[in-house]
Design a protein around this ligand. Structure first.
Ligand code: AMP
Length: 185
């Protein structure tokens, strides 16, 4: 199965993506985690991404697209994958489809964790990451609205969107994701 998971900062993407990739036995590619590790290790990718990640800005599309192309060509993702944090822009979503076309693969579903704005804000504020300071959170929420929300229409138009109520408990969200995958698969 090939999946992407979408949602604002604090939507619970990371939690659900970890669980779901284990449950389905597919590779998890979490771009935010990969970038934070790359920055800590000062790899070439980390050095390119650092200024953006630390201020809550989006890393330029070209850098992310190149990285995803590389990741999806690795042999360990052959049994399927779940992307957490990618795509973040409509351009990235289109490029992902072009890449999959080249690879003769197809995205099964885009899972959208829909969470109220006030909940996104309070959950993000409770986290203690350096890119979760209040003014950076504000910027991340703004970028989510401006750049990521338009992707929903892209996937909805292609009948690839599963919308899940992410305001609920972790367990309930898990249950709803499974039900949606099973009933629509
Ligand atoms: P996340 O942990 O998914 O919230 O990502 C943390 C940060 O990594 C974001 O605020 C961006 O700076 C960067 N990032 C992660 N994924 C992407 C992406 N697909 N496109 C651009 N920037 C990204």
């Amino acid at each position: 199965m090939r999946l992407v998971i979408l949602g604002g900062p604090g939507a619970g993407k990371g939690t659900q993506a970890n669980w779901l990739s284990n449950h389905l036995q597919i590779s998890l590619i979490a771009t935010g985690d990969i970038l934070r590790t790359a920055i800590a290790n000062q790899t070439v990718l980390g050095q390119k991404a650092q200024a953006y990640v630390q201020t809550g800005e989006l890393v330029p599309d070209e850098i992310m697209i190149e990285f995803i192309r590389y990741s999806l060509l690795l042999p360990d993702v052959e049994s399927g994958w779940l992307l957490d944090g990618y795509p973040r822009t409509a351009f990235q979503a289109e490029e992902l489809d072009f890449l999959l076309e080249d690879l003769q693969q197809r995205l099964d579903w885009a899972i959208y964790l829909k969470v109220d704005y006030s909940i996104l804000k309070s959950r993000s504020l409770q986290r203690a990451r350096t890119d979760d300071e209040p003014n950076i959170i504000q910027r991340r929420l703004q970028l989510f609205e401006e750049r990521t929300i338009p992707i929903l229409e892209y996937y909805s138009f292609r009948n690839r969107l599963l919308e899940i109520n992410g305001n609920q408990t972790v367990k309930q969200v898990q249950q709803d994701i499974l039900t949606a995958l099973n009933s629509d698969a």
